[in-house]
Design a protein around this ligand. Structure first.
Ligand SMILES: *Cc1c(COP(=O)(O)O)cnc(C)c1O
Length: 377
């Protein structure tokens, strides 16, 4: 029987060469040659002031919470429809999470609801660019400016996505990327933080290096290094960066391949959407996306469950994700939902992700789509 997995970790064939180079260099801890190459490649792609590689997207978010100086009782606004790390990073600093509803068209935070959720305790807004499709960043930045709040972008899924020509992650004060094996570009486990304000760069380097000024020491700016601030070990090994560099040296190889698959899905499923059977993703005009995911929406939870098992019986790995955080045990403990949950729960229950990875074959997409039609006929 045909078996099409939901995800295959990206591998384009250049990773081996760079891994071998890293091994031969006899330097495999952090901040060697490949870390530097990744840093500068991402600075070039994003136009960000400074990009630092981290051990995960989660640790990039934790660094952002430290840099934002989040204190116990501070409030942080974000969507409930997101991965746990978006919230955890701030909960670790004692913050209260204030969830607001999403827009049904992009599944992103509804920018029109943010201002009403602001109190005198609010410190930051955390837009999550779902599926690599940007939140309405102009509006979010205007609100943040007016109320003197930080904007921290969870762009874990948004590498090589743009909003009005600006790279996701480079628009707010801080941005976070993930290179987990389920993301477009991967190093197994890994991430990056984008520091878009010069004034945060030095402190970011310190926090990432266990709270020491070791980075300055390596640059010869101080003659011994010491403990100067809070911090942790957020820097990844050279081996991870060598693997990743194989993919991001020419990032369009992966990007074009994924976009091709995405467009084929869209084209083939459009008639079914026109019949009103399913809904397809919506890409706002301002957004250039990276084909991070292809999802469809079924009528409701029941129909989605049946479709997932139908696809499974036919060898296709389709999944759903994100139980809205405000309905989870920890979400209830550490956060509150501001306003009414009109779309978060309802839309999350309808969404189903189809297989999407680098190297997904056209024939496989044809087969998957045929099965989706089969289900609805
Ligand atoms: C993947 C992801 C993360 C976490 O990244 P890790 O590298 O797995 O720690 C955070 N937020 C979102 C929206 C993600 O998709």
């Amino acid at each position: 029987m045909i078996r099409i997995p939901f995800n295959v970790p990206p591998y384009i064939g250049k990773e081996d060469k760079y891994l071998k180079q890293a091994i031969d260099s006899r330097k495999i801890c952090g901040d060697g040659e490949f870390t530097k190459r990744c840093n500068s490649k991402f600075e070039e792609i994003t136009g960000s002031n400074k990009v630092l590689m981290t051990t995960s997207g989660t640790s990039a978010l934790e660094m952002a919470a430290l840099l934002a100086d989040i204190k116990p009782g501070d409030e942080v606004i974000m969507p409930s429809y997101t991965f746990v790390s978006t919230a955890n990073a701030f909960v670790l600093r004692g913050a209260v999470i204030v969830f607001v509803d999403i827009r049904p068209d992009t599944m992103n935070i509804n920018e029109a609801l943010i201002e009403d959720a602001i109190t005198e305790k609010t410190k930051a807004i955390v837009p999550v660019h779902y599926g690599g499709i940007a939140c309405e960043m102009d509006t979010i930045r205007t609100i943040a400016k007016k109320h003197n709040l930080l904007v921290i972008e969870d762009a874990a899924q948004g590498v090589m996505s743009f909003y009005k020509g600006k790279a996701l992650g480079s628009i707010g004060d801080l941005g976070c990327y993930s290179f987990h094996e389920t993301k477009n570009y991967s190093m197994g486990e890994g991430g990056a933080i984008l520091i878009n304000n010069e004034k945060n760069v030095e402190r970011a380097e310190i926090i990432r290096e266990k709270g020491t000024n070791r980075t300055k020491f390596f640059r010869g700016q101080v003659d011994k290094y010491t403990w100067v601030d809070v911090g942790s070990s957020y820097l990844q090994s050279e081996l991870n960066c060598a693997y990743l560099y194989g993919q991001i040296e020419y990032p369009h190889i992966i990007n074009n391949d994924r976009l091709k698959s995405w467009k084929l899905y869209y084209k083939l499923l459009k008639p079914l959407a026109d019949e009103g059977k399913i809904e397809l993703p919506y890409i706002p005009q301002e957004c250039t996306h990276n084909a991070h995911m292809f999802y469809i929406k079924a009528k409701d939870l029941d129909e989605r469950s049946k479709l997932i098992s139908y696809l499974k019986d036919n060898g296709v790995g389709a999944v759903f994700h994100y139980i809205p955080l405000h309905t989870s045990p920890a979400g209830k403990q550490f956060g509150r939902f501001h306003g009414e949950d009109i779309y978060t729960t309802k839309e999350s229950e309808r969404l189903l992700r189809l297989p999407m990875y680098y190297g997904l074959k056209e024939n496989d997409i044809n087969y998957i789509v045929e099965k989706v039609y089969g289900f609805y006929r």
